[in-house]
Design a protein around this ligand. Structure first.
Ligand code: WT7
Length: 649
């Protein structure tokens, strides 16, 4: 029996108490696709509305007129559902457990405290002149103030745009400019793995870039007390301004379709896109998926190890769990510090019941052997989750056996920044698990597999993964560029949302995501556009041309493999390789760090000048036997050179 045929049946102990069992899944799924209006009208009641919606669904994927609206006549405020409504019953319950980078550093923030802090910051934002519709950029460490900042924006109707703290000043500047953001909230430094990252310095550098003049103020949390520069009139200490504010603040009445946040993500072409998520549908979807997919039970400690800079942190550290009155753990550090046992130690320390992490983290631990988990027992764990990339069955089995002591179901959750919440994943009380498969669609999600001509394929088959109708968590647009939104997601296959992923469906109807079919890389669960890295490289004076592809990497899933053609007369040296590596790290951020650079006297191109990445991918993966048809190349001999001088032997 191969790994792919192995099945882990629903566990009796899980099914006995789960929110959703097999019958319920079938019935609810059927209703959700037969009668989406009725289904979602009912589900919308799970959050608090000022005015309950009567218009439920108004959506079209018609490429001439993509228009996505959910609950469009409802009004609400996301922070009310995440905070105010919990005060009466669970005001003293812990909302956020914060675990610092230093293992002796942790604290609990109750719902009452989180509400007060959010209101204080909301009042402070108003004092800074931020109001409804303004965009606030958050460039923050993983500290409770990050969640407070998101909720405070929501409270006053400002739109947050969180930029991952590992991005470079240039990447940050690009996002400040793209969103016309008038305020940046940051910290002096962040702390990860014992090292300090100069967030404020990075903001200072970003704000020297042309176009960032829109940004009027920088609000700075003191995290480490490290040395920073100060610009009078622009920079404001968070605690000076916030601590003196009143602890209540009326919540702005927002329309369901008013934007809640922008989140930038990489695509196959051009600069990163700011996906626009709106309020009502997003919150209903984040909270519903969080409750059912993680089978969250009242009082449990739930830990998602993502950073709030990614959509996973938005939906499954902040909005989903808090809307559900959960206790959500926020971890400042990295799984390998001070030792590789840290993740298990945090689970024991805080009695974590549900752990949601990424395959790359699991593979990194697995590489150290089973003993890496000896410093913890992890008896409190009940359920495990995986996200970010396909999980290889070997990592799945190790996660299940070693981290989960062979007693926790694993929910492999497929979704995207664009989808707002989980789309394909097992419900642990309803579905048998197959390691490596994200299993079946969530309520309201209608996946389909298409061939390259756009024909819908039936049965057990491989194809391009599309979604045939809207769901409430879906991104509504690209900030400031609706045409690009249509072009990117709705023009390849008419009438469908195109995910960019390839996928196989097996004989049980289970979905197996096979990875991106476009020029997007997935490096340690982070999305990287090849075009972004290429344009960074060609901006270096030594580089004439560059092509970037992914290649299989044991820990990262995919590594970054770069072919560089140097300018005339430039010497290909090891120093230059180092310099180019630093260049990209500085330009985009350490997550874009090249793994391999190969000098390429020429790149394989068609006669019309298009680089044939298919060939470059095969060479990088060392699959040079199956290069396929190279007869359309302008100069087939470049391929022989590239194979001969492959950078990894
Ligand atoms: C891409 C989206 C949304 C969470 C974090 C990533 C890949 C994500 C899985 C999974 C196979 C997965 C896809 C997708 N992906 N989760 N469980 N199995 N692939 O969000 O940065 O928007 O990336 O990540 O390729 O398209 P993202």
């Amino acid at each position: 029996m191969t790994d792919q045929q192995k099945v882990y049946p629903v566990r009796d102990d899980i099914a006995a108490n789960a929110w959703i069992d097999r019958e319920k899944y079938q019935a609810m799924y059927q209703q959700s696709v037969d009668d989406p209006e009725g289904f979602w009208a009912e589900q919308a009641k799970r959050i608090d509305w000022f005015k309950a919606p009567t218009k439920i669904k108004h959506t079209t994927f018609d490429p001439h007129n993509v228009d996505i609206r959910w609950f469009e006549d409802g009004t609400l405020n996301a922070s009310v559902s995440c905070l105010d409504r919990h005060l009466e019953k669970r005001g003293d319950q812990t909302a956020i457990i914060w675990e610092g980078d230093d293992p002796t550093d942790s604290k609990h923030v109750s719902y009452r405290e989180l509400h007060a802090k959010t209101c204080q910051l909301a009042n402070a934002l108003k004092e800074l002149g931020v109001g409804k519709g303004d965009v606030v950029t958050l460039y923050m460490p993983m500290i409770p103030e990050a969640a407070v900042a998101m909720l405070a924006c929501a409270r006053i109707g400002a739109v947050h745009s969180v930029v991952f703290g590992g991005f470079s000043p240039d990447a940050l500047a690009q996002r400040i400019i793209g969103a016309d953001s008038k305020l940046v909230i940051t910290a002096d430094e962040s702390v990860r793995g014992g090292k300090h990252v100069p967030l404020k310095d990075n903001v200072d550098a970003a704000l020297t870039r042309k176009g960032t003049e829109v940004c009027e103020n920088v609000l700075v949390v003191k995290r480490t007390g490290g040395e920073i520069e100060w610009k009078e009139g622009r920079d404001v200490w968070y605690h000076d301004l916030v601590d003196k504010q009143a602890t209540d603040c009326p919540a702005e009445e927002m329309n369901a379709e008013d934007p809640l946040f922008i989140l930038y993500t990489s695509g196959s072409t051009g600069a990163p896109k700011g996906l626009k998520h709106t309020t009502g549908g997003y919150l209903v979807y984040a909270s519903l998926t969080h409750q059912y997919i993680f089978d969250y039970q009242d009082g449990e400690v739930y830990w998602c190890t993502a950073d709030v800079g990614w959509v996973t942190g938005h939906s499954y550290i902040v909005y989903g769990p808090l809307a559900n009155g959960a206790t959500t753990l926020m971890f400042e550090g990295v799984p390998s510090y001070p030792s590789h046992g840290r993740m298990g130690e945090v689970v024991d320390k805080h009695n974590v019941a549900i752990l949601y992490t990424a395959p790359t983290a699991i593979r990194a631990l697995m590489a150290h052997g089973d003993g890496v988990m000896d410093s913890s027992k992890r008896d409190s764990l009940r359920l495990l989750g995986s996200v970010g990339e396909p999980i290889n069955p070997e990592a799945w089995e190790w996660y299940h056996r070693v981290i989960g002591n062979s007693k926790c179901p694993i929910v492999d959750t497929w979704w995207q920044t664009e989808t707002g919440g989980i789309m394909i994943a097992p419900l642990p009380g309803a579905m048998d698990l197959k390691p490596g498969s994200a299993t079946l669609p969530f309520f309201g999600v209608q996946p389909a597999l298409l061939d390259s001509e756009g024909n819908e394929l039936q049965g057990a088959v491989d194809g391009n993964l599309v979604i045939s109708d809207s769901w409430p968590g879906q991104a509504r647009s690209i900030w400031g560029d609706h045409d690009r939104f249509i072009q990117t997601y709705f023009s390849t296959y008419k009438g469908y949302y195109f995910t960019g992923d390839g996928c196989r469906r097996d004989e049980d109807g289970y979905y197996w995501i096979t990875g991106r079919v476009d020029d997007v890389l997935n490096v340690s669960g982070h999305r990287m556009g090849t075009a972004e890295i290429e344009s960074s490289l060609v901006a270096h004076e030594a580089v004439a041309e560059a092509a970037v592809v992914g290649f299989p990497h044991d820990i990262k899933g995919q590594g970054i493999y770069i072919y560089v053609t140097l300018g005339d007369g430039v010497e290909p040296t090891d120093e230059l390789k180092k310099e180019l590596t630093q260049w990209v790290r500085k330009d985009i951020g350490p997550i874009a760090s090249p793994d391999v650079i190969q000098w390429a006297p020429g790149l394989p191109k068609t006669r019309s000048g298009k680089i044939m990445r298919r060939i470059l991918r095969k060479i990088a993966a060392n699959e040079t036997d199956g290069l396929g048809d190279t007869s359309t190349l302008a100069d087939p001999s470049v391929v022989d050179d590239l194979i001969e001088n492959r950078a990894i032997k």
